[in-house]
Design a protein around this ligand. Structure first.
Ligand SMILES: [Zn+2]
Length: 201
């Protein structure tokens, strides 16, 4: 099993993402992305092989964080390319798949998501939902994560302010969507504002 590694997007990887996470209107040059191979453990401690694509600017940091999470037995259920879900964020989240790059817009807006630049990482999303009020109506994503909205409850894979995952990302100047806005919560979402002018998520 290949352990941890970073490579450029070669033809084989590109053929897997073309037209899916890497859509024709994606403004980011392919050379700005990196493919990560990594190991992770699920709740039972089983060692699993994962794949992730992210921005070259954060590739080494993300790999380092995953190595530390692996060494500490921090549970992460799945790390697959979102292309395996046809780049459908909802399907990936419903399956509790952790991922990074996906050229898409912030839900219910026309802003490019930081995922579209490979600068945001979602961890264990089923248990760490995105919650927002749109036109007076609360939305929760993925839609099968309602049981995990109450953050006082105890359940596996829950990200909290002081857990290892949160601390490691914050040490590297990532922000956590679970505590940076009043009007929405995105408990799965770690992001970095690498350039001025980018939208916040
Ligand atoms: Zn996210």
């Amino acid at each position: 099993m290949e352990r941890f590694g970073i490579t450029e997007i070669n033809d084989e990887i590109f053929s897997r993402i073309a037209g899916k996470s890497y859509k024709v209107n994606c403004p980011l040059p392919l050379g700005e992305l990196r493919y990560l191979k990594l190991l992770h453990k699920n709740l039972s401690g089983e060692i699993l092989s994962g794949e992730m694509i992210c921005n070259v600017k954060i590739a080494e940091v993300v790999l380092d964080i995953f190595q530390k999470l692996f060494a500490a037995n921090y549970p992460i259920e799945k790390v697959r390319l979102i292309d395996e879900y046809d780049a459908d964020d909802e399907l990936s989240m419903r399956d509790n798949n952790s991922s990074c790059f996906n050229f898409r817009f912030v839900s219910h807006t026309n802003r490019i998501s930081l995922h579209g630049y490979g600068l945001a990482v979602d961890i264990n999303p089923l248990y760490n939902p995105y919650i927002k009020t749109v036109d007076g109506k609360k939305i929760i994503a993925p839609d099968n994560s309602v049981d995990f909205e109450d953050r006082e409850k105890i359940f596996p894979y829950k990200i909290t302010e002081d857990d290892l995952c949160c601390r490691l990302f914050r040490e590297k100047n990532f922000l956590w969507g679970g505590n940076c806005w009043d009007d929405e919560k995105d408990y799965q979402h770690f992001f970095i504002n690498a350039w001025e002018g980018l939208e916040r998520v």
